[in-house]
Write a protein of this length. Structure first.
Length: 876
């Protein structure tokens, strides 16, 4: 096994002045001629190229190399002797895209060809210095049959094209911007195009082209509009303009992840391009806008300035996630978007940080880079960028961005370079801040405070602790921005003055950077309840000894929408914890009357419906068990379920009232087409759907209502999927009937069928495993399509109740399918292996059952290094 370490980084021995690729697409294979001008940076170094494709020929400065002049082993080509000065290397390889099921390198989907090269796919195409700090100008010629490959695309601008004999044609693309190999892309096939244009602020007209299967073209309109919004936003907020004359997006249904930011030629999972309101939910529309933004924003943060090495992945990903989050927040519902991001972070990234895969935002080592496209690199990375923003303010942050581009445009750099730009542009010291990149684990803050009426001061005592992770035991105190306000007992905001200033303020950001620290607020007129970590100002867990009454006060009055929501979350967590204790002792779960009242009051308050909807989200099981040990997952499911049932029963009238209100809002909407996506209506529908989920808990009658209204409402997918989700756990035959009807009606629609598989895989019904097994045989299902695997098996692996079934059937089932998938698509398999991350923290019986399956995976002959790295880390 080969472990790569950040500390071993060495600059490349060779530069590539330019690279010319010629792809000849034949019926069953493709040949690639790679002609590059290589410039040695030091004398006497052997030339080591990365590659694993079938090698046909190597020509050095016009002379064909004999086998003794080079060696091929372990995905490397070593040319023993090369000139000390610039030389031309021509390498010919042969590829079989139809047989490539890894979906990396060049592969076939439908009858078309697509590439995916990040991080190390280019080496499956040709032999090259396949590392991000080798940047070059690419010219790509593609030759293919006119009927089979009418459309042939690559990066940059189309500079020439022509006809050939035998019904073939050719095109030549040139990308004027130097780029690393991971940003190279090629697409060929029968594709329809939806066109638009955008005029940049300096007056350049950019052609926008969305390529899809012909039957999908009409569904790309929303994505096209999203792209225009993203281009405008990047100019307005970040002062960044697009740099080529053409921007292409290609949608493909077989894709390992969401999308890929190849220069000028983004390749997208169809899931993040295609939408119409009868096949996509409002959440799907929002995800499309976000991902389109994300990939577009990479043009500057990722492509113009790229990563020196893959350890620096968060340099582009954390920053670009921050940018897409801000884009979405500026588009609509900032408060609700923030809460949504925090919820993802807390339920998934915190779990990663507390498990066997814990790693810093900048990992120190990896075996398989594909395993490090993680929530930590992306989501925690975005929180780290957000902390610069919180500490420096918007203006200071933008000054830092400007300096970053001034210094590094066209370069491959590190997270330290980014931090230095932020520090230097603002004249501040960010040395200690570097710990956010090197220390894994979620910092925990213990806080308490007291009011001194005589001195009119409120003292806040903070203590930080960074838990040990498998990679590191002892950690240093970090810089934690803690945004704080104070509320009086009547719920009003109480002003204060910090020591050493005259300014009287309502809110401040404390810079908490020692193991323990006390902050004193002066001139505080009355006893207060502190509102802490406003806006979730740092990715930490914070514990303050609030009474339930304090939390209810914050829930009713806090002016900060995150802190207000968080108060409800804490109340929910406490209630579930009380249920866990009762259920463990075989007692009935207690009744939570006060909480029901507080939530009812919040629902009845004058707030935005989308915000009401998130207030009704009870923390997920993963948030509930936080870093507990000896976990019995089923107990948490039952305790959470008991809380939902109890609250819903007490709140039945309120739930019905607001559901009727939501219906009226939609009916009387001022929008011309209320079934279409619009942020306002999306908020109303999200409220309606969560009320429906609660409603089903409160009364069996709701199922009848859903059944009777189904057909009329099902013209809108948000409603249709909302209704099915609400009844998905019921054992009533009506549920099966509606689900079957759904599957039949949408049998031809790949993306809607994914939703069907999600419903099957996530149901709490007793027969879920049987239904999942049956769904594997469904004609629309395929193990080779990652969306299908994620929908059915991915959702089952997150189905707490059934994946963690006490008889081990869930573990066995997932392990068996991991092994089937690992044989042809290691990336998708190794994602599924991470379903077992909870291993070390499970109660003994489940732990033993899981160990059996983990060992079975570990001992499997020919297991990919992707899956091996994960399983070894879980079992170590
Ligand atoms: N940069 C790609 C991710 C590539 C993942 C490779 N396993 C998409 C993105 O983050 O925008
Ligand atoms: Zn990205």
């Amino acid at each position: 096994k080969v472990v790569h370490y950040l500390k071993d980084y060495q600059a490349p021995d060779f530069a590539v002045a330019d690279i010319n690729l010629t792809f000849s697409l034949e019926d069953a294979y493709a040949t690639v001629l790679n002609r590059m001008t290589v410039v040695p940076r030091q004398a006497d170094k052997p030339c080591v190229l990365d590659g694993s494709a079938e090698l046909l020929q190597i020509v050095l400065n016009g002379k064909s190399l004999c086998p003794h002049e080079y060696a091929v082993a372990d995905e490397k080509l070593i040319i023993h002797a090369v000139p000390d000065s610039e030389f031309v290397l021509e390498i010919t390889t042969k590829l079989y895209p139809a047989q490539n099921k890894t979906l990396m390198g060049l592969y076939e989907s439908g009858d078309n060809l697509y590439t995916q090269n990040e991080p190390e796919g280019f080496r499956k195409i040709t032999y090259y210095f396949d590392r991000p700090d080798v940047m070059s100008q690419f010219t790509t010629t593609i030759i293919g049959d006119k009927q089979r490959y009418p459309v042939m695309l690559s990066n940059g601008n189309l500079i020439d094209s022509g006809e050939l004999d035998n019904g073939r044609h050719w095109v030549c693309w040139r990308d004027p911007f130097a780029k690393p190999s991971y940003l190279f892309a090629l697409v060929a096939g029968q594709l329809a195009v939806l066109e638009g244009s955008f005029t940049t602020r300096s007056g350049k007209e950019v052609a926008l082209k969305f390529y899809t299967r012909p039957e999908d073209r009409a569904k790309a309109g929303f994505a096209l509009e999203s792209l225009k919004h993203a281009m405008q936003w990047d100019e307005d907020r970040f002062n960044l303009e697009y740099d080529l004359n053409i921007f292409m997006v290609v949608a493909v249904s077989d894709f390992n992840m969401g999308a890929m930011e190849n220069k000028g030629l983004n390749i997208f999972n169809t899931k993040y391009v295609l939408a119409s309101s009868d096949t996509a939910t409002d959440a799907d529309f929002e995800a499309i806008e976000g991902v389109i933004g994300h990939e577009y924003f990479h043009n500057w943060t990722g492509n113009r300035v790229t990563c020196r090495d893959w350890f620096q992945l968060s340099l582009k990903e954390g920053l670009t996630v921050f940018r897409d989050q801000e884009f979405s927040a500026d588009r609509a519902s900032r408060a609700v978007r923030r809460i949504h991001n925090v919820r993802v972070l807390r339920s998934m990234q915190f779990a990663e940080d507390a498990g066997p895969m814990a790693h810093p935002v900048r990992p120190a080592s990896y075996e398989e880079m594909n395993n490090f496209y993680t929530l930590t690199v992306y989501e925690k990375g975005a929180e780290v960028v957000r902390m610069y923003h919180t500490l420096l303010g918007e203006a200071g942050f933008q000054k830092g961005m400007q300096l970053y581009f001034q210094r590094h445009d066209g370069q491959a750099v590190t997270c330290d370079d980014f931090r230095a730009a932020m520090a230097d542009a603002n004249g501040v010291n960010l040395e200690q801040f570097a710990l956010w990149y090197s220390q894994a684990g979620t910092p925990q803050i213990k806080a308490h405070g007291e009011y001194d009426a005589g001195n009119r001061t409120f003292s806040l005592h903070l203590q930080q602790y960074i838990p040990p992770t498998p990679d590191m035991a002892d950690k240093q105190p970090m810089v934690i921005p803690v945004k704080v306000g104070l509320l009086g007992r009547d719920g009003t905001s109480v002003v204060f003055r910090l020591a050493d200033t005259d300014a009287v303020v309502e809110e401040t950001v404390l810079v908490f950077n020692q193991a323990q620290q006390t902050f004193v607020f002066h001139d505080v007129a009355q006893e207060v309840v502190p509102s802490l970590l406003r806006g979730f100002s740092a990715p930490v867990r914070l514990d303050y000894p609030y009474s339930d009454a304090d939390l209810m006060l914050l829930l009713a009055h806090d002016s900060d929408s995150f802190a207000r929501w968080e108060a409800a979350q804490t109340l929910y967590r406490r209630a579930v914890a009380a249920n866990v204790v009762a259920l463990e002792a075989n007692q009935p779960a207690p009744h939570h009357a006060e909480l029901a009242e507080a939530i009812t009051a919040a629902l009845n308050a004058d707030i935005d419906p989308a915000y009401k909807a998130v207030l009704l989200q009870v923390p997920t099981e993963a948030e509930l068990w936080e870093d507990a040990q000896s976990i019995n997952p089923e107990l948490y499911v039952r305790a959470r379920q008991a809380l939902l049932q109890d609250l819903a029963a007490s709140m039945e009238d309120t739930l019905t009232h607001w559901r009727t209100w939501a219906d009226t809002q939609e009916q009387n909407s001022k929008h011309a087409a209320p079934q279409e996506y619009h942020p306002d209506l999306a908020g109303v529908r999200s409220l309606r759907n969560i009320l429906l989920q609660w409603g089903v808990q409160a009364s069996a009658q709701v199922l009848q209502t859903i059944a009777s209204e189904y057909t009329q409402r099902a013209t809108n997918m948000t409603h249709e999927f909302g209704m099915l989700s609400a009844i998905n756990h019921l054992s009533d035959d009506k549920r099966d009937e509606l689900l079957n009807q759904f599957a039949q009606r949408h049998a031809h629609d790949d993306l809607v069928m994914d939703k069907y598989f999600v419903l099957i895989g996530s149901s709490q019904r007793a027969d879920t495993l049987q239904q999942v097994q049956a769904a594997l045989q469904h004609p629309a299902f395929s193990l080779e399509n990652p969306n299908k695997v994620r929908s059915l098996l991915g959702s089952f692996s997150r189905n707490i109740q059934h994946f963690h079934a006490a008889d081990g059937s869930g573990y066995r089932f997932i392990a068996e399918h991991i092994l089937r998938i690992d044989g042809f698509n290691p990336q998708v398999a190794s994602r599924l292996v991470q379903a077992f991350n909870l291993y070390g923290r499970l109660e003994p019986q489940r732990k033993a059952l899981m160990a059996e399956q983990l060992q079975r995976i570990q001992q499997h002959e020919g297991l990919s290094k992707d899956s091996r790295e994960i399983v070894d880390k879980i079992l170590r």
